[in-house]
Design a protein around this ligand. Sequence first.
Ligand SMILES: [Zn+2]
Length: 232
Amino acid sequence: MKSNRHERLSITLAVSKILNQFMVLLFCIFFLNLSYSQSRKDQSNKTIVVIDPGHGGKDDGATTRNGIKEKDIVLGIASKLVEFNNELLENHLLLFLTRYTDTLISLSDRTELAKKLKADIFISIHCNQAINRTASGTEVFIHPKSEVQAEESAYLGFTIQKGLADILGVKNRGIKFGNFQVLRDYNDSSVTVLLELGFLSQTDEAIYLSKEESQSAVALVILQSIIKFLGL
Ligand SMILES: [Zn+2]
C-alpha cells in the first residue's frame, strides 16, 4: 500500500511537471505561430503524424499477469495523444491513428494509410514482453532505409526515450535497428519509429502502463517530444 501511495504521488508529480512544461510550450507555440503562419506555412501545411497503436481485435499482443492487454494499453495512449493534441495544442499537428477502436488492421493497411496521408512522421507504439521477468525499460526501433531517414528517426526516438527517462523515470534500453514490416514498408523520406514502451512481463511496468493516468503521462511525453523534435 505504501508503495502504491508513493507511486500515485510520483505519477501526480510527473503529470503536473509535464503540464507545467506544456504551459510554457503552449506560449511558445502561440508566439511562433504568429511569425510562422505569416512567413511560409499555412494551416494546410501542418506536420502530418500517424500513430499506430499495435495489435487490436483478436490480436491481443502481450498481456500482463492479470490479463491486461497490450492492444488496450497502446490504444489508450494513442487516444490520449489525439485528445492532448486537440485540447492542449489546438490540433497543431495533423494527427491520425491507424485504428481508433479495438479492431485488427493488417500491417500493410497500416503503412498504406500512412502513405496515403503522406505522413511526415509514423510512430508505431507497442509494449514488450520477455521470458526474463526482470527485463524492463523502453526500446526504440528504426529501420535503416536511408542515412538521412535513419538519422532523423533515431533523433525522434532518442528525444522520446530521453523524455520518458528524464520525466517519468523509465529505464532507457537504447535505439536499435529492427526489420519490422511497419518500419520497412513506409517510404524512405519519412521519420519512422517503433516504440516499445515497457515490459508487461515486469510487474512494476505492467502496473504502471495499465493505469489511465500513466497512459496520459506517457502520451504527454511523446507529444512534447514530437514538438521538440520538430523544433517548435
Ligand atoms: Zn506489440
